[in-house]
Design a protein around this ligand. Structure first.
Ligand code: TMP
Ligand code: MG
Length: 207
């Protein structure tokens, strides 16, 4: 039996990384599972992305958009292989962040979507949604490029369009999960949506 491909999405401070770790621990009780972070900053493309996010280098908006996508493509072979072996892969961000953040900077939505076409299709996308008020209670943003209130609000609006596109192209896979509340409460909400039955074959994104 193949592993599942589960993606967690959400804005900064939505509790995504905490929940990804908890989810993997729980999945490992039933079988092998591993984390795949995007961007994967360990590869040579990932190092360029890291330098950009830390404002150590400047880059054209389209160039960095394509690098984020290339970073997913270079990891996609291993994702497919692991899933075929029965390993469940949990991604912390994926193509949906790629679209939402770049479209928030003003790049055309369809342009943002195109380079990821054909990547492994997640069986389920858990979008941790948090109101601007609740997000603000969680403290200040960090130091990285997109961690400003203005950028996060524009990205939040784009995530709604991404959700709509996903529902149109791959119905039933996008799950909005309320990220307000305790770590345990949010974890329980996630537990209820990851138990989905999956198709025999892993699909292809946007196809
Ligand atoms: P991280 O904080 O999860 O490591 O992500 C770093 C930043 O990169 C975050 O602000 C979201 C952004 N991002 C994109 O702009 N495009 C992408 O394709 C991905 C995966 C992340
Ligand atoms: Mg971050």
């Amino acid at each position: 039996m193949r592993g599942k491909f589960i993606v967690l999405e959400g804005l900064d401070r939505s509790g995504k990384s905490t929940q990804v770790d908890r989810l993997i621990q729980r999945l490992e009780q039933d079988g092998p599972a591993r984390l795949q972070k995007f961007p994967d900053r360990t590869t040579s493309i990932g190092k360029m992305i890291d330098a950009y996010l830390q404002s150590k280098t400047e880059m054209d908006d389209r160039a960095i958009h394509l690098l984020f996508s290339a970073n997913r493509w270079e990891c996609s072979k291993r994702i497919r292989e692991d899933i075929a072996k029965g390993i469940t892969v949990v991604a912390d961000r994926y193509a949906f962040s790629g679209i939402a953040f770049s479209a928030a900077k003003g790049l055309p939505f369809d342009y943002c979507l195109a380079p990821d076409e054909g990547l492994p299709l997640p069986d389920v996308v858990i979008n941790l949604s948090l109101s601007p008020e609740d997000a603000a209670k969680r403290g200040q943003y960090g130091e990285e490029k997109y961690e400003t209130l203005d950028m996060q609000e524009r990205t939040r609006a784009q995530f709604k369009l991404v959700a709509r596109e996903m529902e149109r192209r791959h119905p039933g896979r996008w799950k909005d999960v309320d990220a307000a509340g305790s770590v345990e409460e949010v974890g329980e909400r996630i537990r209820q949506v990851v138990g989905v039955e999956v198709d025999t074959e892993l699909g292809q994104l946007w196809m």
